[in-house]
Write a protein that binds this ligand. Structure first.
Ligand code: PMP
Length: 429
């Protein structure tokens, strides 16, 4: 596979950006070679600057549930673009997007648009603290919630710990109110609540943890969490930046039929443009400025061009059968690859939910917490290379998940499954 143009562009980018990139995972640190510089995308495919074509399972890490350059999304962006890009004043597009969401979503009455998932979570946590008057937050080891200072924490060594900051530049004081426990562990949850419930503003969780592998939780665990939050007046915060509009229109809340108190969205909501959002029931959202004392603002919040992209995308996602079809196509590919791996005796499986899948070098045991993950990334590195050589692009880290879009048709996915099988033969051969 020719990579010389990407290599040249990478060299240039290294002069301008830390690691040559504007977001770390793009840097191919965990896999071989220079990052591929992408020239264009159409449908399920991307092309790099060396004219290599790939089936794209990264899909920009989740937003592109309709694939690249979907005609409806493109048209609505262009139609609105000619009216100007931003006004610092309300437009009807914001309410149009909000209506599409809220009319189908029983979990939130009001929403506030922001410009990224990080901003959505950060603002949601502030709201939880402002609304409850409490400071502590409980999070789970292996859940990523954007680069919010107070949530950039690793678990310590115990079952229930005050996290240690996982990035330089975050003072210990800033994470002093963040408690970390393992996922899917009722015992740890009970201990944490016993000690801290009266001080907790919220428990924040990716109900479908998808940033450190795909750590599917038992529904009974999520239900227990809901029950304990209700009992102790602690807000349950679902970070649905990945799962929102992905596993069902109203995300994991709908998928599992569990009602959160605060929700954050991102990715799909913006149709590939920078949009995030947080929402809650009216009595909670009343605390947000200018109605209430929790300040939060944004020059480009509710940007009309981004709203237009989101409107077009969510109009399609809200059609009957959309999510069932997504799930069915994904499952067919996953099952085909998995039965092949099993037949061959490879310690490998694709873990899946909805139209998300995760490449795991593991046996049959269900992986539900960070500590269960095989941290040897050597086989992933080999597989990544073997897949690229077979025209399949997955995110350049074994902890990232893959995404299937509406335009990853049955035929495209059959081809992808075959390439996975061939690549696995190379890795294990
Ligand atoms: N929360 C979750 C669950 C995420 O997956 C991400 C991003 N991958 C974020 C928050 C942060 O979103 P953004 O990158 O748009 O800031």
């Amino acid at each position: 596979m020719k990579r010389s143009n990407s290599e040249k562009l990478y060299k240039k980018a290294l002069e301008y950006f830390p690691g040559g990139v504007n977001s770390p995972v793009r840097a191919f640190k965990a896999v071989e070679g220079a990052p591929l510089f992408i020239k264009k995308g159409k449908g399920p495919y991307i092309w790099d600057e060396d004219e290599n074509q790939f089936i794209d399972f990264c899909c920009s890490f989740g937003p592109l549930i309709l694939g690249h350059a979907h005609p409806d999304v493109h048209k609505n962006i262009v139609d609105n673009l000619s009216n100007g890009t931003t006004f610092g004043a309300p437009t009807k597009l914001e309410s149009e997007l909000a209506e599409i969401i809220i009319s189908r979503n029983p979990y939130i009455d009001k929403i506030r648009f922001v410009s990224s998932g990080t901003e959505a979570v950060m603002s949601g946590v502030r709201l939880a603290r402002g609304f409850t008057g409490r400071n502590k937050i409980l999070k789970f080891e292996g859940c990523y919630h954007g680069h919010v200072d107070s949530l950039m924490v690793n678990a310590g060594s115990g079952l229930v710990t005050f996290g240690e900051s996982s990035s330089a530049g975050i003072p210990e004081d800033v994470v002093a109110d963040t408690i970390v426990i393992p996922l899917n562990d009722v015992n740890a949850l009970e201990i944490a609540f016993e000690k801290y419930a009266h001080e907790l503003a919220c428990v924040i969780i990716e109900p479908i943890p998808a940033n450190n592998g795909l750590l599917l939780q038992e529904k009974s665990f999520l239900l227990k969490l809901r029950e304990m939050c209700t009992e102790h007046n602690v807000l349950l915060f679902f970070d649905e930046v990945i799962s929102g509009f992905r596993v069902a229109f109203s995300g994991a809340a709908e998928y599992y039929d569990i009602t959160p108190d605060i929700v954050s969205y991102g990715k799909i909501i913006g149709g590939g443009l920078p949009v995030g959002a947080y929402g809650a029931k009216k009595h909670i959202m009343q605390s947000v400025s200018p109605d209430g004392p929790v300040y939060q603002a944004g020059t480009l919040s509710g940007n009309p061009v981004a709203m237009a992209a989101g409107i077009a995308q969510l109009n399609i996602c809200s059609k009957p059968g959309f999510y069932e079809d997504q799930e069915m196509r994904t499952k067919t590919m996953v099952e085909s690859v998995n039965s092949y791996a099993k037949e061959k005796g490879y310690d490998f499986k694709l873990v899946t939910i909805g139209s998300i899948f995760w490449i795991a070098f593991a046996d049959d045991t269900t992986i539900r917490s960070a500590s269960q993950i095989n941290t040897d990334m050597t086989p992933f590195k080999k597989l990544h290379k073997a897949l690229l050589e077979r025209s399949v692009y997955v995110g350049p880290s074994g902890y990232e998940v893959g995404f299937v879009s509406q335009v990853h048709t049955k035929e495209v996915l059959e081809n992808a499954a075959q390439q996975f099988k061939n690549a696995l033969d190379e890795v294990f051969g």
